[in-house]
Design a protein around this ligand. Structure first.
Ligand code: ADP
Ligand code: AMP
Length: 213
């Protein structure tokens, strides 16, 4: 099963994608996580991506598409995957569609996690991310067992630089300009499924499962 997660930054794509990946035993692929891992390792790619990410801008399509196509060509993707944060532009969606079509393949579902802008800034300022394993928490809604410490690996939790309110507003604007058109794109493909992302994490997941089967 090949799934694309859509939704504003902070809608809960990553939270749900990780749960979907566990349930269906498929890899969770987040382009944001790949960029952050490169930033942490100090690679040339990381350095370039950081200059865009810190301003809340999108990393250019050429760079992002190459990384994603390399990743989905790996063996662990043979039975499918859940993409989180890709595609974020129509050209990215078209490249992905064409690459899959060459293999006689396609995306099965685009799951749109719907959360209004009013909720997003609050969500993002409460998000805490693990610097080591990428797990995400929320100080109110999804708290770790011990404040500031990752349940999964014990490393420190941080507020991402790009989750500060001024950057979040930029990211939301870019979302509406460049990413939201993907809702029409996948509606036209006949595979868009929208779920209410404002309810409890477990309820969102149950609703997604009832769609995916
Ligand atoms: P995205 O991957 O779309 O940017 P995340 O999955 O990281 O979003 O979620 C953003 C923040 O909101 C995190 O702090 C997460 O713990 C929290 N969150 C996710 N889903 C919900 C939900 N249904 N209700 C409340 N908070 C949520
Ligand atoms: P995320 O972890 O999905 O919130 O992504 C964090 C940041 O990484 C985004 O704000 C972008 O700067 C960059 N990024 C992640 N995925 C993409 C993508 N598909 N296209 C362009 N930029 C991306």
């Amino acid at each position: 099963m090949k799934i694309v997660m859509l939704g504003a930054p902070g809608a809960g794509k990553g939270t749900q994608a990780k749960m979907i990946a566990d349930k269906y035993s498929i890899p969770h692929i987040s382009t944001g996580d790949i960029f952050r891992a490169n930033i942490k390792e100090g690679t040339a790619l990381g350095l370039e991506a950081k200059s865009y990410m810190d301003q809340g801008k999108l990393v250019p399509d050429e760079l992002t598409v190459k990384i994603l196509l390399d990743r989905v060509a790996k063996d662990d993707c043979a039975n499918g995957y859940v993409l989180d944060g890709f595609p974020r532009t129509i050209p990215q969606a078209e490249v992905l569609k064409d690459a899959l079509a060459k293999l006689n393949d396609k995306i099965d579902y685009a799951v749109n996690v719907d959360v209004p802008d009013e909720n997003i800034v609050k969500r993002m300022s409460g998000r805490r991310a693990c610097v080591t394993c990428g797990a995400t928490y929320h100080i109110e809604h999804v708290p770790p067992k011990t404040e500031g410490v990752c349940d999964r690996c014990g490393a420190a939790l941080i507020l991402r630089d790009d989750d500060k309110p001024e950057t979040v507003l930029n990211r939301l604007k870019i979302y509406h300009d460049q990413t939201q058109p993907l809702i029409d794109f996948y509606t036209n493909e006949g595979i868009l499924k929208t779920v209410d992302g404002t309810v409890d994490v477990k309820v969102v997941f149950e609703n997604i499962i009832s769609i995916l089967g």
